[in-house]
Design a protein around this ligand. Structure first.
Ligand SMILES: [Zn+2]
Length: 184
């Protein structure tokens, strides 16, 4: 057995006191009883161990900070993508400022219906039966516009919901990584 050629020395775990056998010239050991990382010190003829879990903790902390930065970058990219998406959803009325579908809801389309009725009544009084046809067309256009803006609003709200959930999820991950660092 080649393993038997390595000479070992006894070492007490500084964390739990278990007696371990480690390779003679090793500088680090692992206690299989308490799972501690140990640094092996030699002083004169004495060999003793020191728990280096703290070193590991510091490493974890660095890993966490790197991970947090990555997640923060993801949020930035998510926001940039959302800005672009909002641009696509933006409604550009012929007159007035552009707006997002959920800002004015479907009011625009619904408001068109009384106008269509007034327009229709005027058309009937001026052109009789053909005026009635105009009334039907105007009302149909108003209804179609309401449905279409409703669909657009629903699409927008679904996209917004998804975006906000992704963002909240990333924020939760950051919060979870941050708490052991700040909790000191
Ligand atoms: Zn131990």
């Amino acid at each position: 057995m080649p393993g038997s050629e390595i000479s070992t020395i006894p070492l007490l775990c500084n964390q739990c006191g278990a007696s371990l056998k480690v390779a003679e010239n090793t500088n680090f050991a692992h206690c299989s009883y308490c799972n501690s990382q140990l640094k092996v010190h030699r002083s004169g003829g004495a060999v003793f161990s020191e728990v280096v879990a703290e070193i590991k903790e510091r490493q974890d902390e660095t890993d966490n900070r790197v991970r947090i930065l990555e997640l923060e970058n993801q949020i930035l990219r998510l926001d940039q993508r959302w800005d672009q998406m909002q641009e696509q959803f933006m409604i550009h009325p012929k007159n007035g400022r552009p707006y997002l579908p959920d800002e004015k809801s479907a009011a625009g389309g619904i408001l068109m219906i009384p106008f269509a009725l007034i327009f229709g009544i005027v058309a009937i009084s001026m052109a009789g039966e053909i005026g009635f046809l105009f009334l039907l067309i105007a009302v149909a256009a108003a209804v179609a516009s309401t449905i279409s803006s409703n669909n657009k609003r629903k699409e927008y709200q679904a996209a917004k919901f998804y975006h906000e959930r992704r963002k909240a999820d990333l924020r939760t991950q950051i919060q979870r990584l941050r708490s052991p660092i700040d909790g000191r």
